[in-house]
Design a protein around this ligand. Structure first.
Ligand code: ADP
Ligand code: MG
Length: 395
C-alpha cells in the first residue's frame, strides 16, 4: 500500500513546508479558467494541510508550453480562483525553481499557500532532469502527490523529486483514486465493463486486462464499428480503425460470449449535415455510405439490464458521438444505468476524460461511486496495476 498523507504524524506537518504536486491543468477559454473542477479537487488536501499548520507549496503544469515560459500558460491566472475557493491567501512565485521560489517557500506564514509557476516552462520537467528534481525537492520538507491525472508520466515534479525528498506520500485525491480503482482488481461479481470511444488501439491493453477479469464486456462507440468490420459487416462511412481490424477479430474470437457488440445502431446519411436523415438499423444492416454514430434502442435495453444486474461496473469511452445531442442517447443511457446500479448497491467507476465529461453533462457525477479525475492515468493504472508517480512514493 502506498503511504498516504493521513498516515503522517502531526510533527511531520506542523510548521513544515509541504511540497504538493497538484493538477491545475485546467481548461482555458479566452485566457480565463473555464472549468474549476480540478482546482476544487485539490481543496481537501490543501485544507487538510492548512488545518495541521503545514505550509503548502504547489507545483503543477498547465497546457503544453514547449519547455520555455509562455504567458498563455501562466499559472498566475489560477491564483485568484484558488484563493477564493480555498478561502486562504495564495502567494505566487516564478519561475518555479529559482531563489525567489525558495525564499517564498521559507517565508510562508501560517494559513498561507504558495503557488509556483508552470513546471513545464522548464525543459527539465518532462525530461525528469535530476538537477531540476533536486531544486524542486529543496522547496519542501515533505512531498505530497495529488495530481492523479499526471502520475502516468515520470516527470521531475511527479517522480524525480522523490529521489531527494522524503517522506513522499499520496494526497487525499490520489489516495481516493487508488482506493477506488484498486477495487476493480478484485471486483464483486457480476463484474460488467462498458467500453466505447473512438479507438481500439488506444485501449487494447485495458480491453485485454478486463476480458480476463470481467463477466461481460459491453462494446459501443466507434470502437464497435471496428469489431463489426472484423465480422465482415458493411460499416458504410462509419469511423473504423482500419489498422486495428485484425486485432479486433482476434479479441472477438478469444473473448467468446463475454464480449457483446451492439445489436442495433443509429445511423446518419451524412453526419456533417444537421438535417440529415437518421435511422435505427440492425448492426449488420448499415447502409453503404451511412455512418453509425450511436448504439440503438435494443442495445440500450440489453446493456441497461446487464449494468443493472452488476455488482461492480467500470465504464470507459462514450457509446456514440455524444457531443452531438442527436447521438448522445446511448451514452446518457449507460450513465443512467450506472446510476441505477449504484443506487441498488453496485460499485461503479467511470474512467476517461470524455466519459467523465459525458457523466457530468448527464448530471450524474454524484450518482456513481467514483469518477476518475485522470484519463490516461486511470486507464494505465487499471491495465498495469502501477504508475510511475505512485512507484515514486513511500510504500
Ligand atoms: P475517453 O476520453 O473517455 O477515454 P475516448 O477519447 O476514447 O474516450 O473517445 C471519445 C470520443 O469518441 C468522443 O469524442 C466521441 O464523440 C467519439 N465517438 C464515440 N462513438 C463514436 C462514433 N460512433 N463515431 C464517431 N465518434 C465516436
Ligand atoms: Mg478522450
Amino acid at each position: 500500500m502506498t503511504r498516504s498523507l493521513r498516515g503522517l504524524a502531526a510533527g511531520d506537518l506542523a510548521g513544515r513546508r509541504a511540497l504538493v504536486r497538484v493538477d491545475f491543468n485546467v481548461p482555458l477559454a479566452g485566457g480565463e479558467v473555464s472549468d474549476v473542477t480540478r482546482i476544487e479537487a485539490s481543496i481537501p488536501t490543501l485544507r487538510y494541510l492548512l488545518e495541521r499548520d503545514a505550509r503548502p507549496v504547489l507545483l503543477s503544469h498547465l497546457g503544453r508550453p514547449k519547455g520555455a515560459p509562455d504567458p498563455a500558460y501562466s499559472l498566475a491566472r489560477v491564483r485568484d480562483v484558488l484563493a477564493e475557493r480555498l478561502g486562504a491567501p495564495v502567494r505566487f512565485a516564478a519561475p518555479c525553481d529559482g531563489e525567489d521560489a525558495l525564499e517564498a517557500s521559507r517565508s510562508l506564514g501560517p494559513g498561507e499557500v504558495l503557488l509556483l509557476e508552470n513546471t513545464r516552462f522548464l525543459p527539465g520537467e518532462t525530461k525528469n532532469d535530476p538537477d531540476l528534481a533536486r531544486r524542486f525537492a529543496a522547496l519542501g520538507d515533505v512531498y505530497v502527490s495529488d495530481a492523479f491525472g499526471s502520475l502516468h508520466r515520470a516527470h521531475a515534479s511527479t517522480a524525480g523529486v522523490t529521489d531527494y525528498l522524503r517522506p513522499a506520500v499520496a494526497g487525499l485525491l490520489v489516495e481516493r483514486e487508488i482506493e477506488a480503482l484498486s477495487r476493480l482488481f478484485e471486483p464483486d461479481r457480476p463484474f460488467v465493463v462498458g467500453f466505447g470511444g473512438a479507438k481500439i488501439s488506444d485501449k487494447i491493453e485495458l480491453l485485454e486486462a478486463f476480458l480476463g477479469r470481467a463477466d461481460v464486456v459491453l462494446v459501443g462507440g466507434a470502437m464497435a464499428n471496428t469489431f463489426f468490420r472484423s465480422r465482415g459487416f458493411e460499416t458504410g462511412s462509419s469511423l473504423v480503425e482500419e489498422d486495428a481490424v485484425p486485432v479486433a477479430g482476434e479479441i472477438l474470437e478469444r473473448a467468446g460470449g463475454a464480449l457483446r457488440l451492439p445489436e442495433d445502431v443509429v445511423v446518419a446519411a451524412d453526419r456533417e449535415d444537421p438535417d440529415t436523415k437518421l435511422r435505427e438499423v440492425a448492426a449488420d444492416a448499415i447502409p453503404a455510405g451511412w455512418s453509425a454514430l450511436d448504439i440503438g434502442p435494443r442495445t440500450r435495453a440489453v446493456y441497461d439490464a446487464e449494468i443493472r444486474r452488476s455488482a461492480a461496473f467500470f465504464w470507459n469511452g462514450p457509446m456514440g458521438l455524444f457531443e452531438d445531442p442527436r447521438f448522445a442517447a446511448g451514452t446518457f443511457a449507460v450513465a443512467e444505468s450506472a446510476a441505477a446500479a449504484t443506487s441498488t448497491g453496485a460499485f461503479t467507476v467511470i474512467g476517461g476524460g470524455d466519459s467523465a465529461a459525458a457523466v457530468r453533462k448527464a448530471g450524474l457525477m454524484d450518482g456513481v461511486s467514483h469518477v476518475s479525475t485522470g484519463g490516461g492515468a486511470a486507464l494505465e493504472y487499471l491495465s498495469k496495476g502501477r504508475l510511475p508517480g505512485i512507484d515514486a512514493l513511500d510504500s
